[in-house]
Design a protein around this ligand. Structure first.
Ligand SMILES: C[S@@+](CC[C@H](N)C(=O)[O-])C[C@H]1O[C@@H](n2cnc3c(N)ncnc32)[C@H](O)[C@@H]1O
Length: 239
């Protein structure tokens, strides 16, 4: 039986790219993706956990790598196959990855971690399927003043039957830098770095978005607690 998250993403899959591949959403998503790309082994074999409609898979293979996408939503995977027919996609949970040990050079997960029920399970699975020396990059909404009200807003959206991407009560969890760092270290990753990124959120109206985009580098460097997302990287130690 489909769980609530699967059901939601199946039902909004046809709307997803309007948000993250439209004018503002594309700039927002590209900004987060650039953080990920800079920190992953390039040109290797990537597994994208919670690949959605394949936006990051497309970006990774555009840089000369090979990529496999995994997602719990059949609807999102259908869209990913349309976008990227040359890659393989599989329907599964990031908490039970159906690949053998050491099969990937790089693991990515973009805007997914907040939905995962057991982050410990996902990270231990990520560690298992990564080859020694391989890299992991995660970008997810972080906990701060602006994001702490989101679950209540999304819950209200569900009550009011708003049918929009990511609107619903999914028990989402947002993390602090120290929590992310502890989770990655505990799973065995080394060289762990965690920082805040993004200030120009796709949800802002146009003129505000442009201003936020201009000040984004300053915010990320000097006022990171105002940034929306948390970005974490680590490596599986080489044998
Ligand atoms: C906000 S979308 C992000 C999609 C994509 N990573 C991107 O950057 O556009 C969240 C995605 O995570 C998937 N997802 C949520 N929980 C998951 C889990 N436990 N395992 C795999 N995918 C999951 C959803 O089905 C959805 O496609």
């Amino acid at each position: 039986m489909r769980n609530k998250i699967q059901h939601h993403f199946d039902s909004i899959a046809h709307l997803y790219d309007d948000r993250y591949d439209g004018t503002r959403g594309r700039r927002y998503h590209a900004h987060l993706s650039e953080y990920m790309m800079r920190n992953l082994v390039q040109g290797g074999r990537l597994l994208d956990l919670g690949c959605g409609t394949g936006l990051f898979v497309t970006r990774y293979i555009g840089n000369g790598g090979e990529a496999v996408g995994l997602d719990i939503s059949r609807g999102m995977i259908r869209k990913a196959i349309e976008r990227c027919p040359e890659s393989d996609f599989t329907m599964a949970s990031a908490e039970a990855i159906p690949f053998s040990d050491g099969s990937f050079d790089a693991l990515s997960s973009l805007l997914v971690f907040s939905y995962v029920r057991s982050p410990e399970k996902m990270l231990s699975e990520a560690y298992r399927v990564l080859r020694p020396g391989g890299s992991l990059a995660i970008c997810t909404l972080g906990k701060n003043l602006m994001t702490s009200g989101l679950p209540a807003i999304y819950h209200l959206g569900e009550v009011m039957r708003v049918r929009q991407v990511c609107v619903g009560a999914f028990g989402e969890r947002y993390y602090h830098e120290t929590e992310m760092e502890d989770l990655l270290r505990h799973a065995g990753f080394t060289g762990v770095r965690v920082l805040r990124c993004s200030f120009a959120h796709y949800g802002l109206i146009d003129p505000v978005f442009d201003i936020a985009k201009k000040v984004e580098p300053f915010v990320e460097k000097h006022l990171p607690s105002l940034a929306y997302n948390i970005f974490a990287v680590g490596r599986k130690p080489p044998v």
